[in-house]
Design a protein around this ligand. Sequence first.
Ligand SMILES: [Ca+2]
Ligand SMILES: [Ca+2]
Ligand SMILES: [Ca+2]
Ligand SMILES: [Ca+2]
Length: 699
Amino acid sequence: MTMRRRPTTPPHPKPATADFQLVPRAQAIETVFHIGGYALCATVVLCCLSCSQDSGQTPGEQTQLVTTDRVAAASPEEQASAQLSPQQSAVSDVTPHPEAKDGLSTRGSGTKEPVPEGPTKDGAQSAARITTSTDKEWIETMHRVMNPANDGWDTELFAEHAGKQLKHLGAFLMRDDPPSQDGLSGLLTTGFSCTPLRPAEREEVFADRSVTVERAQHLAQARVHVGVEGLASALEELTADLYGASDRRFKFKVIRVKPADQHVDTVVLFELSGRIASGAIQRSATWKCRWEPPAPDGEPRLLSIILDDYEEVVVRSTSQALFSDCTESIFRDIPAYDEQFRRGIDFWRARLENYLGIYYDGLRGMAICDVNGDGLEDVYLCEPGGLPNRLFVQLPDGLLRDVSAESGIDLFESTRTALFVDLDNDGDQDMVTPIEKQVQFFSNDGTGHFTREAKLPFEGQTALSLAAADYDQDGNIDVYACFYHGQDEEESNRTPAPLPYHDARSGGYNHLLRNEGNWSFRDVTDDVGLDDNNDRWSFASVWDDYDNDGDLDLYVANDFGRNNLYRYDGGTFTDVAGPAGAEDMNFGMSAAFGDYNRDGWMDIYVSNMFSSAGGRISFQPGFQTDGTDEAIAAFQRMSAGNTLLRNAGDGTFRNVSSKARVGVGRWAWGSIFADVNNDGWEDIVVANGLATGDLPGDL
Ligand SMILES: [Ca+2]
Ligand SMILES: [Ca+2]
Ligand SMILES: [Ca+2]
Ligand SMILES: [Ca+2]
């Protein structure tokens, strides 16, 4: 959503290992990767403000289960029908509004078919169709559909129970003394055995002034710990140095389930972290857990745990984290912080009309900019309709001053995003923002006072994001606007989700607005070839020169399918994403360019969704029994998470996400490359999560 300049770092020989590690999250930091030489973290203010606006109660995993389940449910005929004409389709499926993806939207309404009860003929899939006329019915229907027992997904029921058992296990990781053997016995079979859960031999793969990363791979499979006593011992090895730690957290994610005759195998992602006096520790691992199937009304019990992959990150910092949350301290003198932002979206949804554009999902952007030219970065926050956008200027002491009212950009219209760039070449940062089915342009007088200079209307739609660049190199910065919805947004909320899910072409039409000078902007989309493949659900775009020919090219991240890579040559754009291997068929949320391996070629990191439920279901034999291998592979791919595309330098990209260990970015929205520790290597910062309620750990 912002224009990025090419790094000044000269090309550098490719390192022996250009490899990322997950480093501990600080408070308000979710996912941080660092690469063979650098650590990275998230912008604390952004994360916190985002959280403060999102206060729903919907953990992402459940919603992903629903959406994937529904994918499984739709027959090819239904998919074709919905793809061709969603509005005319005879059925409405259960998938919530695509933008929401969360399944508990109260905005949805549907048509008139009941939800099938029980397994369908193949025992694994059901056509999940719903009828709703009220919000209450909608929610009740969603609860029925979200229950895997209703459509034969026994493996999902098993995963749910296994997850509960793992949570019980996790409770022992929160204690300050060795686990009691009595407490553990209910989780295990009598013949239980496991490998060490914290390997004694670990290889240091990264170290700098504040962070050390160790890994153990190719692990010995000897299950040296036996029985309850053995597990207690393995857990003690894993947790002893975290006794007394603050902010201790654990997380288990069951990402695969494979039933057999006498047991059920699962693959589980495990994470444990906490702050200790000398800093912080985070342990991430993959466990292969084998279970004894539960007796009726019983819970599954562990037969064995084999450690498959292990990573340990130690932060040495007096603040016990790489970044600390400074939001409250810098906003302490700002009444709007308490009065407007900390109340949360639920508070405001109860007081403002829906038509103003206030939805539970947030999806509000912010901008960092220097509006008054004093060299200090300022903050602009976009808000739903009915609440003013806010501009805070930074003071020399680091605190903020609320200048919204006098800035002229305290807009009350629903605002998704704003971009601050110098549109009139007078040296100050002007603003462009899409509001009210228009893109509006504001000039800055150099002191942070803005005047609306132009607005371009767009029928029925409001753009979701903007990216600016002087694509034609005439000295004026131009703007590319992504339009997510293929129809009126309100109407879109009431119609089925895009199908086919992995390759929908019913999205919005994006526009390139050429800056012709004097605040005149012309829509040149069709003139320059950007009408090609311009029908997807575009979330965000980013400019850079991926082919090193001196002009800027455009990458567009699309929900529900393929992304675009528009190569610019001689005045026209060509979508080369397919032949370049850059389509990344997935739930694209955003993309960033960066040369992570310093070979002089810009690589791409795409934010997608990582879905445990999607991974569990899409690898089952019962998934999409009438689907093609290609479609099934696409669905499996769509649950895999974020994508790092290495630029091969020959016009093509390679997906190196797994090797670089940067795929599991959870429910990722915006990601950026940033050299967090100033060592010359680009790190990756991922902002992720969905609606957050009382349990921030669900992020
Ligand atoms: Ca300007
Ligand atoms: Ca231009
Ligand atoms: Ca280029
Ligand atoms: Ca590169």
